[in-house]
Design a protein. Structure first.
Length: 453
């Protein structure tokens, strides 16, 4: 789709300093949920509820990265990557969310970081990837004003503990997702619903992303500080005014709600009057001046574009998604449209903000129905996906967008939140009964693509 790049698709075309990595998350990969002094997270508790996760799958073992991190990091290196993105489980280092520090948990992440450095993998550390300590949730979690005490405590601990080794930091992972899915629609942990919960969690997350950035700036000399946003190109179903306005409202929630406050633009209420409610939080909490922070880079996480039409039956937003099945387009096993032009559009869109000086694609990948046959996992659809999206990425770089890295979601088939173990995104197949790893053809494709020879 779209114009071809002016150069062949090779790793060398991206330059010698480009970060090629894989990304994982503690809650989805580590397991060891009750080992090493770790406290419970909101996902440990939420997954116990009947019917909320496909197949009743639990994250308690996941990919057993807690015990197998050396093997998985070695796999990362063997596939040719130079960077590794992972998150720190808040409840592993602070079992109660604040208060007493778990030294065994701190030691574990030292070991992971040290192994990355030993192998020549640049560690990218995500501070919050959705696994809030359950002890804090019982006190209100992201909806509580106390978050502005809890989160700085966690960030300060990590910065002081790992700052001498880690230079690349990511404050939050996809705040639009964990606030909407977890605090308005009730489809993710902690399972809350309603606008009051949503708005409180949004405002706290906006403040937290900037507060975390300031703490890292103060405590980690030479740190490169970013945060990540889940983004999708939003298209109206037709050019009728009602569809165009519906798409604009969805765009506010998906693409603008968190980046614009960080850039000093405030909340984008002009395109969606409902967002004016957030300004009331600003005025009552007197935190407006704390919203902006100049990140060194922003992480964009893109998988698919979204088509939107007006729907008067949907409260407040008056919009609904038109699923890609209405036209013949290639799709992943999760029904997501495959379209590299959507990635190109969203990268150029964020670059036009002007205040953004560097972008890293911190997640991109696809789930397909992978099977092991004769010790091999043939996944030509995933290889085609990466070729298309990387081609789009190379094209926008040639157009002047400063994209400096690309991270595959993900290394190993993991526990994919409410999809359980059904959705397989990995470059490496995992048998979750035996933990046997099998490199997929797409993993070998990356090995060859990234080979210096």
């Amino acid at each position: 789709m779209g114009k071809d790049s002016l150069r062949p698709l090779t790793a060398k075309a991206f330059g010698n300093d480009f970060a090629w990595g894989v990304a994982i998350a503690a809650a989805q990969n580590e397991g060891g949920y009750n080992e090493g002094g770790r406290g419970l997270s909101i996902w440990d508790v939420y997954a116990r509820k009947k019917g909320v996760v496909r197949g009743g799958h639990k994250p308690y073992v996941a990919c057993d990265f807690y015990h197998r991190y050396k093997d998985d990091l070695l796999l990362t290196k063997a596939l040719g990557f130079n960077s590794f993105r992972f998150s720190i489980s808040w409840s592993r280092v602070l079992p109660d969310g604040s208060g007493k520090v778990n030294k065994e948990g701190l030691r574990y992440y030292h070991d992971v970081i040290d192994e990355c450095l030993r192998l020549g993998l640049e560690p990218y550390v995500t501070l919050y990837h959705w696994d809030l300590p359950y002890a804090l949730q019982k006190e209100g979690g992201w909806t509580s004003y106390k978050m502005m005490r809890w989160f700085p405590r966690f960030v300060t601990l990590c910065a002081e503990e790992y700052g001498a080794k880690v230079k690349n930091w990511i404050v939050l992972n996809e705040p639009a997702a964990f606030t909407a899915l977890g605090h308005m629609f009730g489809r993710h942990a902690p399972g809350l619903t309603g606008l009051d919960n949503f708005f409180a969690s949004v405002h706290n997350a906006v403040l937290a992303q900037s507060a975390g950035g300031r703490i890292l700036r103060d405590l980690v000399p030479g740190a490169r500080i970013g945060t990540t946003f889940s983004c999708s190109e939003v298209r109206p179903y037709t050019d009728r005014a009602e569809d165009v306005l519906a798409a604009a409202r969805v765009d506010v929630l998906l693409n603008r709600l968190f980046v614009e406050p960080a850039l000093g633009k405030g909340y984008p209420s002009e395109s969606f009057k409902l967002i004016e409610r957030l300004e009331l939080y600003n005025k009552s909490w007197k935190y407006t001046e704390r919203m902006p922070f100049h990140f060194d880079y922003i992480g964009l996480q893109n998988y698919f574009p979204v088509v939107v039409r007006y729907n008067r039956l949907i409260p407040l937003i008056k919009a609904s998604e038109v699923k890609p099945g209405y036209r013949k387009v290639p799709r992943t096993a999760m029904g997501w449209e495959i379209n590299g032009d959507g990635l190109a559009a969203i990268l150029k869109r964020f670059w036009k903000y002007g205040a953004v000086k560097e972008i890293v694609v911190t997640e991109n990948g696809a789930a397909f129905k992978d099977t092991v046959t004769g010790g091999r996992v043939a996944d030509p659809e995933r290889i085609a996906f990466f070729k298309e999206y990387l081609g789009a990425l190379l094209r926008v770089r040639e157009e002047g967008v400063n994209v400096t890295g690309y991270f595959v979601w993900t290394l190993t088939d993991n526990w994919e939140w409410t999809e359980g173990y059904k959705a397989r995104f990995g470059l490496v197949h995992v048998d979750h009964q035996t933990q046997l790893r099998t490199i997929k053809d797409s993993g070998y494709w990356f090995r060859d693509f990234l080979s210096p020879a």
